[in-house]
Design a protein around this ligand. Structure first.
Ligand code: FAD
Length: 469
């Protein structure tokens, strides 16, 4: 048992927590970071962003080699899948990156603790290790960065074999013949894409009448169409009422979302991905009186402090999009403010990306939100079909859509579906951060031939001046 004293204890070593710990150490705080996982990086590195992107990349290479290289004049022999090798590569990527964080902690003199943390009082944390050994830590400030967990679906018990969460979907031992994805959000569509490419028949069951409902409706519609072309089946406006597993597979009971006749749907594996909920189990928040809403989301003020002085929270446990880069930025800002700096985060300019093929990305408000807010806006759209680089690459699906204020020309939102949409959105997040107008983007010289020229053309199109269409 020890009674180590720190300036700051960060609970959770995900992208929010570990980045906050490093920044706090840079600001000369004595910092501890606690995680109950054996490896650093939280959901994102261990069972989220990174392993999913590794599998998306590998499965895209498989499809590219099998179906598309010939059109470039590249001949291959019979292409076959080595799933074990693909999984092993993904695991190695994760292992390398999580070990990288241990190195960064050492370099920045962050003291690491492995074990489950519980806040026992103002400034005191108990860490219970694997062997039930207890360490008592003290600090002036505590930062909760314990992330989120999979939202459960009533009547559908996850066993991580036949009925899996995203975590199980990252480690399936063989390609399921029939996969049902419950939930048409980005995680379900990404994991569905991996297994579709590797050979599964994929059906997405979604309660609402659209997939990716938070995205601009035109982008959502195009993504739906593109995925359908790849063989996805969609059952929109449908809810899953229950599931029964047997040796031969899973029988799902499906019902129309508004109620009606139940139908049975047979498959081999079900992926439940209807969203995520903040994770604060065992932290002792009720005992110390930290306010949360009925979904468990912790309330914080503009300095990320909870209603209990000295206890702060960031990332997936507080309001806002559950995204790694949002958690990271909040971590940095929270500790900078603790250190007396002003800190800065602009919630209007947080990009979001769906890493399907084509990718979909967005920053700022959607057209539907602008309408609801009663804002007058101009729309500039430019299709990748008219972009020379997309044509040269043979990757022409999708468009760039810029929404600019009708009076001031300020960029209010940008929505992209197409090749490298996830990279292209960075320019627009920067533009919005600097308060750019569509004219600013249109007058910025963009290299030729690049996909980025579609961004410039969309900016010109807000004023009816696109040049290549
Ligand atoms: P987390 O990363 O969840 O980390 C919290 C950590 O706290 C965990 O390691 C947990 O073990 C630890 N912890 C919890 N309770 C305790 C306790 N009592 N004591 C000690 N430790 C504790 N986001 C993106 O931006 N881009 C993507 O491409 C993307 N892809 C995703 C794909 C999948 C399949 C999933 C599931 C998520 C994805 N996300 C993505 C979301 C992203 O992973 C999360 O938004 C991000 O990890 C949140 O960071 P965090 O630091 O708040 O929490």
């Amino acid at each position: 048992m020890s009674d180590e004293k720190f300036d700051l204890i960060v609970i959770g070593g995900g992208p929010g927590g570990y980045v906050a710990a490093i920044r706090a150490a840079q600001l000369d705080m004595k910092v501890a970071c606690v995680d109950k996982r054996a490896s650093w990086g939280g959901t994102c590195l261990n069972v989220g962003c990174i392993p999913s992107k590794a599998l998306l990349h590998s499965s895209e290479k498989f499809i590219e080699t099998r179906d598309h290289l010939a059109e470039h004049g590249v001949k291959t022999g019979k292409v076959s899948l080595d799933l074990a090798a693909m999984m092993a590569r993904k695991d190695q990527v994760v292992a390398d990156l999580t070990q990288g964080i241990a190195f960064l902690f050492k370099k920045n003199k962050v003291t690491p603790f492995h074990g489950a943390a519980r806040i026992t009082g103002p400034g005191t944390v108990e860490v219970v290790g694997d062997n039930d050994d207890i360490q008592k830590l003290q600090a002036g400030k505590i930062l909760i960065a314990t992330g989120s967990e999979v939202a459960p679906l009533p009547g559908v018990a996850i066993d991580e074999k036949q009925i899996v969460s995203s975590t199980g979907a990252l480690t399936l031992g063989k390609v399921p013949k029939r996969l049902v994805v419950v939930g048409g959000g980005y995680i379900g569509l990404e994991m569905g894409s991996v297994w579709r490419r590797l050979g599964s028949d994929v059906t997405v069951v979604e309660f609402l009448d659209t997939i990716v409902p938070a995205m601009d409706a035109e982008v959502a519609k195009q993504l739906h169409h593109s995925l359908e072309k790849q063989g996805f089946e969609f059952r929109l406006g449908t809810k899953v009422a229950g599931a029964e597993t047997s040796k031969s597979g899973v029988t799902l009971s499906l019902e129309p979302a508004q109620g009606g006749e139940t139908e049975n749907f047979e498959c081999d594996v079900v992926l439940v991905s209807i969203g995520r909920l903040p994770y604060t189990d065992g932290l002792g928040l009720d005992e110390i009186g930290v306010n949360r809403d009925n979904r468990g989301v912790i309330s914080v003020d503009g300095r990320f402090e909870t209603n209990v002085p000295g206890i702060f929270a960031i990332g997936d446990v507080i309001p806002g999009p559950m995204l790694a880069h949002k958690a990271e930025d909040e971590g940095v800002v929270a500790v900078e403010m603790m250190a007396g700096q002003s800190g800065h985060i602009n919630y209007d300019a947080i990009p979001a990306v769906v890493y399907t093929a084509p990718e979909a990305s967005s920053v700022g408000r959607t057209e539907e939100q602008l309408k609801a807010d009663g804002v007058d806006y101009n729309v500039g759209k430019f299709p990748f079909m008219a972009n020379s680089r997309a044509r040269a690459n043979g990757d022409t699906e999708g468009f760039v859509k810029i929404l600019a204020d009708a009076t001031t020309d300020a960029v209010l939102g940008v929505h992209i579906i197409g090749p490298d949409a996830g990279m292209l959105i960075a320019e627009l997040a920067l533009a919005m951060e600097f308060g750019a107008s569509a004219e600013d983007i249109a007058r910025t010289c963009h290299a030729h031939p690049t996909l980025n020229e579609a961004v410039k053309e969309a900016a010109l199109a807000t004023d009816g001046r696109a040049l290549h269409i």
